[in-house]
Design a protein around this ligand. Structure first.
Ligand code: ZN
Ligand code: ZN
Length: 125
């Protein structure tokens, strides 16, 4: 594993909340000023392909990256865009039971208002 790739993996396991490629790049640059944006983007792609990390695709938002590989889903705050894990497990078997057929894949999009935003916009605050 290259030094750059190791650094990216480290940052991803330390940063909470599923950072975007840009956020990872900014942190990587802080620690390794010589690192190029293209290097970070390319390595993220390679790491996703190798199954070392996961890409979280959210409609109308930049992709996020996740180092948690165990099956789980994501809840996206509609106010601040923060992504939170929900330990829901893999729902494939459940969906296949409902459908009575084998499925190829599924997308689950969960939107909510996170506790911090709920407090911030509360009329009682
Ligand atoms: Zn929020
Ligand atoms: Zn996650």
């Amino acid at each position: 594993m290259t030094k750059q790739r190791q650094l990216i993996f480290e940052i991803l396991s330390e940063m909470r909340g599923h950072p975007t490629a840009e956020q990872i790049f900014l942190e990587a640059k802080r620690r390794m000023p010589s690192i190029a944006m293209g290097t970070v983007y390319r390595n993220l792609g390679l790491m996703v392909d190798a199954g070392e990390i996961r890409r979280v695709v959210i409609a109308n938002e930049p992709d996020r990256f996740d180092h948690t590989l165990a099956p789980h889903h994501h809840m996206i705050c509609i106010r601040c865009g923060q992504v939170t894990d929900i330990a829901s497990g893999d729902m494939r078997a459940y969906i296949e039971k409902l459908a009575g057929l084998e499925i190829e894949s599924y997308d689950l999009s969960i939107r909510y208002i996170c506790p911090a935003c709920r407090e911030k916009y509360s009329p009682h605050a």
